[in-house]
Design a protein around this ligand. Structure first.
Ligand code: GTP
Ligand code: MG
Length: 519
């Protein structure tokens, strides 16, 4: 398809490939878990159903993405380990991380009712995620030991905390009692005051859960003499182990040995430099516009399976718009967004300090939130259609150093919308007229805008501009210039209304009419 003069903005996208032979781990965690668990009345310190829901999400992630061979999680977090030779999305960090967190969120929201039939999901959960790059198997081993140690320490601490609260102490008093205590003291506290032998608490709470691949033997049929004919089938299983970073656990699992290798020694004290590297996150350049672009994964298939109208499904687009509105309502730093087809670009203000400008944090939280909304709002837009499988979106962050370049970026997306819409409208007209898809493709190959216009006229669309404006110009979401209070009148406390419009954002006039957006 034709290139526009705005294509140069692509050069601002930076490479983020995690090079071979580094091992890739993606760690996911709930954004505001404390608030989420309180609003949804999770049991303290551990809610078994909530943990099982997390575990199911992890299992389905392994099922969906065969390159993930191992995962470990507890409380509100899960880490996913990819096989050494993975080429998943060609190892681009933001793609890898965003897709995993998006799919995980999608499953979490979809399966919520199965675990909490009596509880409404009160607001869209969102998870952050980050890549952990392990330079060798030994580093991965220390990472796993570190996470399991963390599981143990926080669980022991929280068990003490909530036992103290149950016994009548205020939360503040309980925290005071626990201040500076060591592992052994906390064990004694549990035993002497509450009669709890820590070691007898459920394994899932103390040791976390692992999901890994196994092979099971299936009997597929019997031969004539009655001998069973077996075939190996790949499966996933959840296990709890005291020491996931120990040789005895790791080396007994064939899938781990094959895809990652064996551990040669056990971990002693965890190397603090490694911990620093696990905590490191790169930040986006200061004083630049940040654009987070989200795009549906394999929406070609998703739209087929859900029978979207071609080339544009108004309800599908409205659903995307509703999610973008929610994003602007949730994240104060997002000043503008533009969406078309299965993608949305969110612009964060230049001086935004959201997540301290940590790239993977911002991308993952926004992708995850968007995905949650998409699944939660589905029924409102498609009351007659069942969501047949969990959708996922990918995301990336790009910085633009000036308002002019940012506007060129937005213009690039809108020109793309126009080019694609014109092409797709012609394509589906040709198909409807009896041509096969490949014939239609051949007919359109190399055609210019004018020829497509003539083609459309031939099909009875004399005026391309008469097509619905949302299809031609995409959707812009922003805060209405006027500060309104709850009654809709101008008030002292700003309460902006987020609106969706379909307008020309390439021309100067739009930005002149809305000077507050890019301020
Ligand atoms: P990746 O993004 O690379 O995972 O692939 P994708 O299949 O999502 O393709 P891409 O993002 O390039 O394009 C979006 C695709 O979504 C389009 O090609 C359409 O097939 C589909 N799509 C998006 N919006 C609509 C719609 O309103 N109606 C229909 N029928 N399809 C749509
Ligand atoms: Mg897509």
């Amino acid at each position: 398809m034709a290139n526009s003069k705005y294509e140069y903005v692509k050069s601002f996208e930076v490479e983020d490939e995690i090079m071979v032979p580094n091992l890739i781990v993606v760690r996911i965690g709930d954004r505001h878990f404390q608030r989420f668990s309180e609003v949804h009345e999770f049991e303290k310190p551990n809610d078994e159903k909530a943990l099982k829901l997390m575990s199911l999400c992890a299992t389905l992630v392994l099922q969906e993405y065969p390159d993930i061979v191992f995962s470990f999680g507890f409380s509100d977090e899960y880490s996913f380990v990819f096989k050494q030779t993975t080429k998943f999305y060609q190892r681009r960090a933001s793609k890898v991380v965003s897709i995993i967190v998006s799919f995980f969120t999608s499953v979490y929201v979809t399966k919520w009712k199965e675990f909490f039939p009596e509880k409404e999901l009160k607001y869209p959960p969102s998870f952050y995620a980050r890549p952990i790059v392990c330079a060798s198997l030994e580093v991965l081993q220390e990472y796993l030991a570190w996470r399991q140690q963390h599981c143990h320490i926080t669980n022991q601490y929280n068990t003490c905390l909530w036992e103290l609260v149950k016994s009548g102490k205020t939360e503040k008093e309980a925290l005071e009692i626990l201040k500076g205590t060591q592992k052994q003291e906390r064990n004694e506290l549990l035993f002497q005051h509450f009669g709890i032998n820590y070691r007898t608490l459920p394994q899932m709470f103390r040791q976390g859960s692992c999901v890994l691949r196994t092979e099971v033997e299936d009997i597929v049929k019997y031969s004539e003499n009655g001998t069973p004919i077996k075939r190996m089938r790949r499966d996933k299983t959840t296990v709890h182990s005291k020491n996931i970073a120990g040789r005895s656990f790791w080396n007994e699992h064939q899938s781990l040995l094959k895809e990652l290798g064996g551990f040669t020694k056990d971990v002693g004290k965890i190397n603090s430099d490694y911990i620093r590297s696990f905590l490191f996150e790169s930040k986006l350049m200061a004083s630049t516009w940040i654009v987070i672009r989200i795009d549906g994964c394999h929406f070609h298939r998703f739209s087929e399976v859900h029978d979207f109208e071609k080339p544009n499904d108004e309800q599908a687009l409205n659903l995307m718009n509703s999610c973008a509105v929610a994003v602007l309502q949730e994240f104060a730093d997002v000043v503008f967004s533009y969406g078309v087809s299965d993608e949305y670009s969110f612009v964060l203000k230049k001086d935004s300090q959201f997540c301290q400008r940590k790239a993977s944090n911002i991308v993952s939280i926004m992708v995850s939130f968007f995905t949650s909304m998409y699944v939660m709002n589905w029924k409102a837009f498609f009351p007659q259609k069942e969501l047949k499988y969990c959708p996922a979106f990918d995301g990336r962050a790009v910085c633009y150093p000036s308002t002019e370049i940012l506007r060129d970026y937005l213009a690039w997306r809108q020109v793309d919308c126009h080019i694609n819409n014109q092409y797709n409208t012609c394509f589906w007209m040709l198909v409807k007229s009896g041509k096969s898809k490949s014939e239609a493709q051949r007919t359109l190959k190399g055609t210019q805008a004018q020829e497509k216009k003539e083609m459309l006229a031939w099909f009875g669309i004399d005026d391309y501009n008469a097509l619905p404006v949302m299809f031609r110009q995409g959707s812009s979401v922003f805060r209405d210039g006027m500060a309104l209070n709850e009654n809709g009148a101008a008030g002292e406390k700003p309460c902006y209304k987020v609106i969706v419009e379909h307008c020309n954002i390439i021309e100067q006039s739009f930005w002149e009419e809305h000077p507050g957006i890019l301020g």
